[in-house]
Design a protein around this ligand. Structure first.
Ligand SMILES: [Zn+2]
Length: 419
C-alpha cells in the first residue's frame, strides 16, 4: 500500500507544469518544525519537475535559475500546503437533526434510543451507493482543498462491515485519483460496535482482523490502521489484537486515544511505533513520555473539543517539555466536528489549547505530514520535497491562526501544478 501511495506521488510530480520560479513573495518554510516559521523575506522558490529545486532569498537566486519563467506571488506569503491528518470526510448524511434536537432539550440517551448517534451515520453510509457516497464526500474534500489543504487523511469507520468499509476506502482512494490532492487512508473498522454485534465486541474485532483487514490489504485500500480506544468503544486489549494484525500486514498504526478518559491508549500505540495518538485530552505524563520515545505525533482535534463543550485540555506543556510533535486537524465528521477548514482548526487550537501561532502552522503542515509518515515528501518548503504550497494574501503568518473566519489561499499548488 505504501508503494501505491508513492507511485501516486511520482505520477503527480511527473506531469507537472513547466519549471518556474516564484518570486515577489515571502516564505514560511516550516523547516524548523514548530520553533519558528522559517521565514524568508523576499524569497524565490524554484520548482522543477514538481519538486522544490531551490528556495532562499531572491537576491541569492543562482544564475542557472534566472532564465526560468517567473510566477508573481503579489507580495503574499507562501506556506507549505496544509495537511489535514485526521478526517472522517467520507460518510453519508448529516446529523444536524440531532444537533437541533439536543439544543431543544432532547437527551443523548433519548437520541440513542431513537437510533441516532454514530449508528445513524452507519445506516446512511451503508445505504449509500458508491457513486452517491463519492459525490457527497467529494464536496467535503473540495471544501477542505479550497481552504489550502493539499494532503488529506480519510478514515473508514462508518461501514462496520467488510462490504461497507471497503466501499468507504475505495471512495477515498478514488477522490485521491480524481482530485488534485494527496489522500492517505486509514482503516477504522474498530470505530464502533455495529448493532448486529451488540454485546459481542470481541467477535466484531475478530471480524475486523480475520475478514476486513485481509480484504483491505488485498485491494491496497489502506495506508494505516486506526481504532477508537475508549470505554464506549474498544478496550486496549482489543486494540492490541488489531495492532498485531496490522503489524503482520505491514501497515502503520494510529489511535483515537484518551479523548474521554485515560485508557493508556497513547502508550499502547507508541509501543507499536505508531504514527500518532489523536485527541489525547486525558493523556498522562507516562503516555507523553512513551510518545516522545517512539516519535509518535500528538494530533490535537480542537473542533471535537469545542463541539462537545469539553473542558479538559490536552497536556500541551508536557508535550512541549518532552518534545512530542503536535499536529492539528479538523476531525471533520458529522457527529462531533462538522468542520471543513484547517485555518479554523488552527485558530481553535490557539484559542482553546493555547498553542502558539508557529505551533499551529507547524501542526497543520510538517507535524501533520509526520503523523501520516510522509514528512520526507511534503509538509515543509525544502529542496527535494514535492512543491505542495499555498499562497496567502496576508501580512504575517500569524494571520492564518488569528482569524476565526476560514481562510482561503489565493493560489494552491500541488506537486508544482497550480490546482
Ligand atoms: Zn476521529
Amino acid at each position: 500500500m505504501r508503494r501505491r501511495a508513492d507511485d501516486k506521488a511520482n505520477a503527480m510530480t511527473e506531469g507537472s507544469d513547466s519549471d518556474v520560479v516564484w518570486t515577489n513573495l515571502h516564505a514560511a518554510t516550516m523547516s524548523d518544525g514548530a520553533q519558528s516559521y522559517g521565514e524568508i523575506r523576499d524569497a524565490a522558490i524554484v520548482v522543477q519537475s514538481g519538486r522544490i529545486a531551490w528556495i532562499g532569498p531572491r537576491r541569492e537566486l543562482p544564475p542557472a535559475f534566472r532564465s526560468l519563467d517567473t510566477r508573481d506571488g503579489k507580495g503574499g506569503w507562501m506556506t507549505p500546503g496544509l495537511v489535514d491528518c485526521h478526517t472522517h470526510a467520507v460518510h453519508a448524511g448529516s446529523r444536524s437533526d440531532e444537533f437541533e434536537a439536543r439544543l431543544s432539550g432532547v437527551t443523548y440517551e433519548e437520541i440513542a434510543r431513537r437510533g441516532g448517534g454514530i449508528l445513524s451515520t452507519v445506516r446512511a453510509t451503508r445505504a449509500a451507493t458508491e457513486p452517491d457516497l463519492a459525490a457527497q464526500s467529494r464536496a467535503r474534500v473540495e471544501r477542505l482543498m479550497s481552504g489550502g489543504v493539499t494532503t488529506v487523511e480519510i478514515k473508514s469507520g462508518y461501514g462496520l462491515s467488510t462490504e461497507s468499509e471497503t466501499k468507504m476506502l475505495r471512495v477515498a482512494r478514488r477522490l485521491g485519483d480524481e482530485l488534485p490532492v494527496r489522500v492517505k487512508t486509514s482503516f477504522l473498522g474498530a470505530h464502533a460496535v455495529p448493532p448486529e454485534f451488540s454485546g459481542r465486541a470481541d467477535d466484531y474485532v475478530a471480524l475486523c482482523i480475520e475478514e476486513m483487514l485481509p480484504a483491505i490489504v488485498r485491494e491496497g485500500l489502506a495506508d494505516a490502521v486506526d481504532a477508537f480506544c475508549e470505554t464506549i468503544a474498544f478496550s486496549p486489549r482489543q486494540v492490541e489484537a488489531l495492532f498485531e494484525a496490522a503489524r503482520a500486514a505491514g501497515l502503520a498504526v494510529k489511535l483515537h486515544a484518551e479523548q474521554l478518559s485515560d485508557q493508556g491508549g497513547a502508550a499502547l500505540v507508541a509501543r507499536y511505533g505508531g504514527l500518532s495518538a489523536d485527541h489525547i485530552e486525558y493523556l498522562d505524563e507516562a503516555g507523553v513520555a512513551a510518545m516522545a520515545t517512539a516519535g509518535t505525533v500528538g494530533v490535537l482535534l480542537p473542533g471535537a473539543f469545542y463541539f462537545l463543550r469539553e473542558t479538559k485540555v490536552p497536556p500541551i506543556a508536557e508535550l512541549r517539555r518532552h518534545g512530542v510533535p503536535m499536529a492539528v486537524a479538523t476531525d471533520s465528521n458529522p457527529g462531533t466536528s462538522p468542520m471543513l477548514s484547517m485555518t479554523q482548526a488552527m485558530n481553535m487550537a490557539c484559542v482553546l489549547f493555547r498553542l502558539t501561532s508557529q505551533e499551529a502552522l507547524a501542526g497543520a503542515t510538517i507535524n501533520a505530514a509526520r503523523a501520516l509518515g510522509i514528512a520526507h515528501e511534503t509538509g515543509s518548503l525544502e529542496v527535494g520535497k514535492a512543491a505542495d504550497m499555498v499562497l496567502w494574501d496576508i501580512a504575517r503568518p500569524a494571520d492564518l491562526s488569528y482569524a476565526i473566519t476560514p481562510q482561503q489561499p489565493t493560489v494552491r499548488i500541488v506537486a508544482g501544478r497550480v490546482a
